[in-house]
Write a protein of this length. Structure first.
Length: 153
């Protein structure tokens, strides 16, 4: 729309007299702007109505539930299993420490195990109960693949 033909005349009382051609164009423009504004406002109202405070609360509760089932619950389960393993250890059991060392338990105290490491039976080290992560014997045999490689060399 070209507004170069619009002429506005002002009377002494402050009222404006407009060009009749410009008046019709202004009225059309105002009508179009009003309908666009009403449409955008109606769209905003309908979008906000579906996701109000109740929607936000449900969304937050859903996020908390997902976090619980995928992060907190499995971690508690692992901690419980580890605690059961640590409580079931007795003298003579093979254990693995958190640093990856295997040893045999020779004495059990309140929160400390005395563990014998390596082939030298004189190396006995006290280890905190919380540092034991497994109750298993090390696999000291050579694998089939490893023996074939040594034979070929």
């Amino acid at each position: 729309m070209d507004l170069s033909n619009v002429v506005i005349l002002v009377k002494e009382g402050g009222q404006s007299l407009e060009n009749p051609v410009a008046t019709q164009e202004n009225a059309d423009n105002q009508q179009q702007a009003g309908s666009v504004q009403e449409n955008s406002q109606a769209g905003a109202d309908s979008a906000g109505a579906g996701f109000g405070i109740g929607g936000i609360v449900i969304y937050i509760i859903g996020l908390i539930a997902l976090f619980y089932f995928f992060a907190i619950r499995p971690q508690k389960k692992r901690e419980k299993e580890l605690s059961n393993i640590q409580n079931s250890i007795q003298v003579g059991d093979w254990v693995m420490t958190s640093s990856g060392f295997y040893g045999k338990v020779v004495d059990v105290a309140d929160q400390v195990f005395v563990v014998e490491f390596g082939t030298n039976k004189g190396v006995r080290i006290p280890v905190r109960k919380s540092e034991i992560i497994g109750n298993k014997e090390p696999n000291l045999t050579m694998s089939h693949l490893g023996t074939e490689e040594k034979e070929s060399k």
